[in-house]
Design a protein around this ligand. Structure first.
Ligand code: ADP
Length: 407
């Protein structure tokens, strides 16, 4: 029987109520690093740690005494070398030969402890992960708050932008209204001024013709001055009226394919005599094949203006060239009027298309409106008017129009 008990995987200890161990099997002796002889006669509390002892006294032993048994009580045992060993203890109280004996079976809980440790470790890992998650959640909350703040900021910005764009829209409308009113005013005034001016011209001609009697040479000269001023004023008013009409969008463009050669040929009769009188050489190079999308009258008006300017600003003996080239992909024609005249300062090149800009001092001829009108007309035909010039060398004005297939 005793041998059998020694082979058990659990310890067996029997002790009397005086606490002295009467029997200990080999297993418990091995577990606690004692010999069996050393254990026998030893007080059972000497194989318990302090905590084990307290538990034994307050719990285990009272249970045994009161109920006769104690099941699965965890006691911390103390090995001979002082190390702790956890054990689950089942105890039964019985009487043998008139002596009360407490038989205990001790199951070492190293395995269980290992699980508990692992559980503890897992719990710690879970707690750490939890703490990390909480930290991340907090960061996320902070980021969300930050994003919300940014969103609000963006919304404010957006509202401001909408407000500004409404204000801009209002200002634009106001400016357009003002511009329309200006154009309307110019159109009305120009019309009102032209009528009496035409009358002045007519009456001066009547006097010049001697309808009211003979006039002296001095009177004729004075009348000539009156006529020149009248014509200048009339041209100015006509130009103003044109510009006002164009800017008010009151001009209709009848766009159709027009041969550039025909356009140029159409204006030559008005230009050639003056060219010859000003001792200028005019050379034309416009292939018959090139056609452009244009309103013929308006394109002619532009060419007359460019050629008149070339004549005005080129000293006798100079040259005026008209030619046409196509751009690289053949969609635009560049009709160029070049002269070898006085040229234009580079810093003035941008402003010459503005109304009333005249670069020469005390310029009596012209109104400073021709280029403004010409550019507006070119743009109105879907084209453009450009300039390149070098002071003292000459200028090139380029009328750009879309190429057309012949009708
Ligand atoms: P204007 O009736 O005075 O000719 P434009 O609008 O046609 O009015 O021209 C504006 C100004 O641009 C001219 O007064 C002149 O100073 C300058 N300009 C125009 N064409 C030429 C040119 N071919 N060479 C030099 N200057 C020019």
């Amino acid at each position: 029987m005793s041998e059998l008990l020694d082979t058990l995987p659990c310890g067996v200890v029997s002790f009397a109520d005086d606490g002295l161990i009467r029997y200990a099997n080999e297993t418990i002796a091995r577990t606690l690093a004692y010999t069996r002889d050393e254990l026998t006669g030893r007080h059972v509390e000497t194989i318990l740690t302090i905590a084990g002892r307290i538990f034994y006294q307050t719990h285990f032993f009272p249970l045994l005494r009161l109920h006769g048994n104690a099941d699965e009580i965890f006691l911390l045992l103390r090995r001979k070398d002082g190390q702790e060993v956890g054990a689950l203890v089942n105890g039964v109280r019985r009487e043998r030969d008139g002596v009360v004996i407490n038989d205990c079976v001790l199951l070492e809980v190293r395995e269980r402890r290992k699980y508990e440790d692992e559980l503890l470790r897992a719990k710690r890992v879970a707690e750490a992960a939890n703490a990390e998650l909480e930290q991340q959640a907090k960061q996320l909350q902070e980021q969300a708050a930050e994003m919300e703040a940014q969103r609000e900021e963006l919304q404010t910005l957006n509202e401001e932008l909408v407000e500004q764009s409404e204000e801009l829209e209002q200002s634009r409308n106001a400016a357009e209204d003002a511009n329309r009113a200006k154009s309307q005013f110019l159109a009305t005034m120009s019309h009102e001024l032209r009528t009496p001016l035409n009358a002045i011209g007519g009456y001066v001609q009547l006097v010049e013709l001697g309808i009211h009697g003979p006039i002296t040479d001095a009177q004729r000269e004075t009348l000539g001055r009156v006529m020149r001023s009248q014509r200048h004023l009339l041209r100015l008013i006509n130009d103003l009226l044109n510009l006002a009409r164009i800017e008010a969008g009151h001009v209709d463009y009848r766009i159709s394919p027009v041969a550039v050669a025909e356009l140029v040929a159409g204006v030559l009769p008005m230009i050639e005599p003056q060219m010859a009188a000003a001792s200028l050489t005019l050379s034309i190079s416009t292939p018959r094949s090139v056609h452009v999308q244009a309103d013929r009258d308006k394109a002619e008006q532009i060419l007359i203006n460019l050629l008149t300017n070339a004549m005005k600003f080129t000293p006798p003996g100079g040259r005026v060239d008209v030619d046409v080239t196509l751009d690289d992909n053949g969609t635009c024609a560049n009709i160029r009027v070049s002269d070898t005249g006085i040229g234009i300062r580079s810093e003035k090149l941008k402003s010459i298309f503005e109304p009333f800009v005249q670069l020469q001092e005390r310029q009596t001829e012209g109104t400073g409106l021709g280029l403004a009108i010409s550019r507006d007309l070119a743009v109105g035909m879907g084209g453009d008017l450009r300039v390149a010039s070098e002071l003292g060398t000459g200028s090139t004005f380029t009328l750009v129009l879309a190429v057309a297939q012949p009708a």
